[in-house]
Design a protein around this ligand. Sequence first.
Ligand code: FE2
Ligand code: FE2
Length: 157
Amino acid sequence: MNRIDIVINYLNKYIYEDNREMRSIYLMHIFGVAQFASLIALKRGLDSEIAIISALLHDIHTLQTLDPEKHAKKGALLARSILNEMNITDDKETDIICTAIHNHSSKAKVHGEYDELLKDADVLQHCLYNTKIPPSMKDEERFRKLLAEFNLKDPHK
Ligand SMILES: [Fe+2]
Ligand SMILES: [Fe+2]
């Protein structure tokens, strides 16, 4: 099985746990972020497989515990142990993925290229899953820059 499907299979087991409704909302978000991560990687000349795996695991702590408190930092630790167990990434890839997850909630700061890719993919999913809902204040600035990068009109206007 390829690396992305290994991670997706791992995530899918959460469908069968309690609080299915909440978990399915998180899973929908996660899979949406993964698709946007793939698109942004293509646009920026980055590795889409690493971007997709970062996205698939970025909210793993919330998916697992349903508690979003400090989920980026906790999720980075969790993702590292999951990736070590799966043995599908080398040390450098694991570091890139876990650093991106660790930093993904700090939307106002600028970090490395894979960290920024993940933050932007997160924002695109928040802002585009339902274009009737305007972007939140925390996402607005990044979303505006992404529309410019992809040469798109604001669908909320
Ligand atoms: Fe998150
Ligand atoms: Fe997210």
